[in-house]
Design a protein around this ligand. Structure first.
Ligand SMILES: Cc1ncc(COP(=O)(O)O)c(C=O)c1O
Length: 388
């Protein structure tokens, strides 16, 4: 009989870790959750969490119904097609046509991936040779640096600065041996919609340097004050130089379902599909069918979600004063002297996302989330105004 796991011999000298694992940076969100759990165990008022970017409400009933009905069928439990259901790729292409005025060939220009977090890493693996540079915006989404690290690429920075309304400054980005440039609008963490000209400048940069463009559209539908969602692929020539990641997580509150897409340049889409042919099989079919229901069914929930975040944004501005927030469900806030992530956590029992994990320019900043209940937001704002 096998010994129970706890009694089994654990080797004391593990084989050396491969360099690609050693290169990985600290996992920001894992470390943050551990720090918060440790503080929660310290006696005091319950912690209030305005740090998480996890949608607080799930998808509407018709999407869940599609999942449960499909799961009851006997024919859905085997392996599903490697490259996703054709109907799902068609549904996504149709959404791009009707919502973002972009034509996509569902067969060659749409890859289905298990969440765009996965695609963030895979795109560096399929675009960069070891030693080339992958350029990331600064500030960046904290999972971005893992991608060049795993690919054995160098990391370069594309500055976004408050004085330029967080527009990317391509003139200050590396220009030599750049394999890819990543950026994301509506921007996490800066909470701005895409500035005029940014997509066009990215395309010019791609032509000048040979870099592929990776635009992360995770918050695409969450833009406020009457703005229309703007896809990178709607910019003339975008598809020749790059791809966009679209996620089901934020538009539909389906973050736990793990479905996303890489769309655009057919060669890059094919490389992502090829990598995935070797690493995994298709996503559970009922999930794909429910995603079709989400993309092709009523879209009221997307607008309601956006309006809820806009209403909460207004409330934050009412309490804290003027700040830029044009979309996403975040606010990017520079802390005054003497106030830090640690002081908010330990003295005020308030969790925010510390800016240090968002790149060199994030020091002294924090990200607040609106993806919390109204009640949590109110209580969090009370503690924050006291602290500030
Ligand atoms: C900018 C950005 N990109 C990508 C992701 C990952 O999203 P997904 O759930 O599709 O993996 C997130 C999640 O918070 C994000 O904020």
């Amino acid at each position: 009989m096998k010994a129970p796991a706890s009694k089994r011999h654990i080797p004391t000298r593990a084989p050396t870790r491969p360099a690609r694992i050693e290169r990985l940076p600290e996992q920001y969100f894992g470390a943050l959750l551990a720090r918060v759990a440790a503080q929660a165990a310290v006696k005091g008022e319950p912690l209030l969490d305005l740090g998480r970017g996890n949608p607080e409400t799930g998808p509407p009933a018709h999407i869940i119904d599609a999942l449960t009905k499909a799961a009851e069928r006997p024919d859905v439990h085997g392996y599903s097609p490697f490259r996703g259901l054709p109907e799902l790729r068609e549904a996504l292409a149709e959404r791009y046509r009707t919502h973002y005025s972009v034509e996509l060939d569902p067969h060659s220009e749409v890859a289905v991936v298990p969440g765009t977090k996965t695609a963030i890493v895979e795109l560096s693996l399929v675009l960069a040779e070891e030693g080339q540079t992958v350029v990331l915006p600064d500030p960046y989404y904290p999972d971005y640096p893992s991608a060049p690290a795993l690919a054995g690429a160098r990391t370069g920075l594309l500055p976004l600065t408050p004085s330029r309304a967080w527009a990317p400054d391509f003139s200050r980005a590396p220009a030599e041996d750049v394999a890819a440039v990543y950026f994301n609008y509506p921007n996490n963490p800066c909470a701005v919609a895409v500035p005029d000209g940014a997509f066009e400048q990215a395309i010019e940069y791609a032509h000048a340097t040979g870099a592929a463009v990776v635009h992360d559209f995770a918050y695409g539908d969450l833009v406020f004050d009457g703005r229309e969602p703007r896809s990178f692929l709607a910019a003339p020539g975008a598809k020749e130089v790059g791809v966009e990641m679209f996620s089901m997580s934020k538009s539909y509150g389906m973050a736990g379902w793990r479905v996303g897409f890489v769309v655009g340049n057919a060669e890059i889409v094919e490389r992502i599909n090829l990598l995935n042919d070797h690493c995994r099989v298709g996503i559970f079919r009922p999930i794909q069918e429910a995603c079709i229901a989400a993309l092709t069914g009523p879209q009221d929930s997307v607008a309601e979600r956006r309006d809820t975040y806009q209403r909460r944004r207004d409330r934050v501005l009412e309490v804290l004063g003027p700040m830029t927030c044009e979309g996403t469900f975040y606010l990017w806030l520079e802390l005054p002297e003497g106030v830090t992530f640690e002081s908010l956590l330990t003295e005020h029992r308030l969790v925010v996302a510390p800016g240090e994990g968002f790149g060199p320019s994030g020091a002294g900043w924090v990200r607040l989330s609106l993806a919390v209940s109204d009640e949590t937001l109110e209580l969090g704002l009370e503690r924050l105004s006291r602290a500030l």
